[in-house]
Write a protein that binds this ligand. Sequence first.
Ligand SMILES: [Zn+2]
Ligand SMILES: [Zn+2]
Length: 347
Amino acid sequence: MNAAVYVAPGVVVLREWPMPSIGPGELLLKVRGCGLCGSDIAKIRSATVTPPAVFGHEVVGDVVAVGPGVSEFEIGDRLVVAHHVPCFACHYCRRGSPSMCRGFKAVNLDPGGFAEYLRVPAPNARHAAFRVPKALSDETASFCEPLACCLRAVKRATTHAPGGVGARPGDLAWVIGLGSVGCLFVQLLRRAGVTVLASDPLPARLTLGRRFGAEVFRGPEALEERARELTGGRGVDLVMVTGGGASILRSALSVVRDGGAVHFFAGGEGDELSLPLDALYQRELTLTATYSSSPGELGEAFDLLVQGQVQVEGLVTHRLPLSRLAEGVALALDRRAVKVFVTTEPA
Ligand SMILES: [Zn+2]
Ligand SMILES: [Zn+2]
């Protein structure tokens, strides 16, 4: 079969890849399409994964074979599947950190969503696979995994507990970056009763952000002024960072209120944060982050998409065949694409 294979840092090419075979509890999926995630791009650009490898984890595909013991799914089912599943039993899992479970990343789709076929391991078939209803497009279904990660981030960044950190209903948040993830955050925060200001330098993305319910700004200066106006000078309760690297922290610290929180939903490709400890301490600030999501959150995200409670129209700007994955990466990197959906349809 064909796959878009990562062969060296920065290089993906269409290549022959061994067809996976399945065992008990497993599924063989013929991939229909797979969303290109920022984390795929980071892996393609850095030397953290040993080549050759196939990435892609926002997968929609058709079941073409089922292993012994599978009763939940049958041949012909269209599924959305995610890549990692925790063990549900270890200290991390029991403490609400399933994505830190030592087994989490060991469970993975084989080889990945940027291939014509993939093997869904038994834990994924049991806990991270969902049958897609007819009315839902492949593109919309593929948002299940990224939306689950955003859902987890919003849970970790919002609270109803007195003295707890983050935003609660009636509060004000700043979403930095209106890519696909930023647009999901706008909607989830609004659902949590939070008023959202959002910023992005690109006019087309401001249009998107406004459509999803944010008051939008091209840069931090005008946004800061508006935040102060809305809060009697206090500042926003929560900043959600979806991009911009380490340098964004300075703006975030100037706009967040005393006692507020800054949530990082983005790696920095080697960047380090510079944070005045006096500000952290004297202003009682909280820095939080989210990595990935749990099977429970995948289920919640899937339901939100099926029920149409979170909208993704307009987020997929490019639909490219597997052979053009490298082009998709370039489009995403220079921000011409909001979300790239890679399909196995012929070019
Ligand atoms: Zn992802
Ligand atoms: Zn575990």
